[in-house]
Ligand binder design. Structure first.
Ligand code: GLV
Ligand code: MG
Length: 307
């Protein structure tokens, strides 16, 4: 079943080379896990990591979490073997493959066609495995609209700040944090650009990692900056970041209650019984069809988060 619309407030990175962490991650309250074969795994450890990941998907109890695997990017010699081994070995227990450093629609098209072949060979539903596209350099950003549109399998557009900062020579070594002395948010343009592509093609927009894992306040600040824009979730690298992400990417109780109130009021006033009015007052606030749409988004996220 597609995981396209499911909550992804917290997306937990789990190194494929660590059997211990592959075990521990199963019990953590993240919405999604991604088992990593890319940068968290040393080149010589990749073959063993593929085996660990297949075993963890087949034998683990992931308790309803979205299960993704991050393969290596298409400039490496590892991608095809990652895809073949993981999907042949555990395709029935896998929701998505995450493709890092996507630079053009052709990268997504390659993965889409390869997945289709393997699904056909295995008798799995064709199109059942989704794609998560990580945007991590200037080429990826300028092509992001085509990347989002490249396949119906694409479920998320993900910001990769560490690689992105390196690729554009951004003058900061603290990934995900503001830059002292720069009077603005250095990530704002990139986040907005990704968000527009995601929304235009009905994909989720996911913020990347905050690497200072002991600085939970710093994590919260970074998460709030993308959450207020409309991002759906963020990577978490450490169990200590999960609760913060789950809270920040869900609406507050107050906003959720208010959204439900708007929906109820609007439904009543636009009905025959309520006078079929288009714009009405709710206390001191004027509400109309646009307010209803805004409220629908907040209410859907709140209901999904169990508020
Ligand atoms: C994640 O992959 C990043 O580069 O930030
Ligand atoms: Mg990266």
């Amino acid at each position: 079943m597609s995981t396209a619309g499911r909550p992804r407030r917290s997306c937990l990175a789990v190194p494929g080379s660590s059997v211990k962490m592959l075990g521990k991650a199963q019990g953590l309250p993240a919405d999604q896990v991604f088992l990593d074969l890319e940068d968290a795994v040393a080149p010589l450890a990749k073959p063993a990591a593929r085996k660990n990941v297949v075993a963890a998907l087949n034998e683990g109890d992931w308790a309803g979490k979205i299960r993704a695997v991050r393969v290596n990017d298409l400039t490496t010699p590892w991608t095809y073997r990652d895809v073949v081994d993981v999907v042949e070995g555990a395709g029935a227990n896998l929701d998505c493959l995450m493709l890092p450093k996507v630079q053009s629609a052709s990268h997504v098209e390659w993965l889409d066609l390869t997945l289709t072949q393997i699904e056909r060979a295995l008798g799995l539903p064709v199109g059942g495995i989704g794609i998560e596209a990580q945007i991590e350099n200037a080429a990826g950003l300028v092509n992001v609209d085509a990347i989002a549109a490249a396949s119906p399998r694409v479920e998320t557009i993900i910001f990769g700040p560490a690689d992105f900062m390196a690729s554009i020579n951004m003058r900061s070594m603290v990934v995900g944090a503001l830059i002292p002395g720069y009077p603005g948010d250095p990530y704002h343009y990139i986040l907005m650009r990704l968000l527009m592509a995601a929304r235009a093609y009905d994909k989720q927009a996911i913020d990347g990692p905050f690497l200072q894992i002991r600085d939970v306040d710093g994590f919260r600040e970074s998460a709030r900056r993308s959450a207020v824009l409309g991002f759906d979730g963020k990577w978490v690298l450490h169990p200590g970041q999960i609760d913060a992400a789950n809270e920040i990417y869900a609406p507050s109780q107050q906003d959720y209650d208010h959204a439900e109130l708007i929906l109820d009021a609007y439904e009543y006033y636009t009905s025959a019984e309520g006078g079929q009015r288009g714009a009405v007052m709710l206390g001191d606030e004027m509400i109309d069809e646009a307010s209803r749409k805004l409220a629908l988004v907040v209410a859907a996220k709140g209901r999904a988060a169990g508020l």
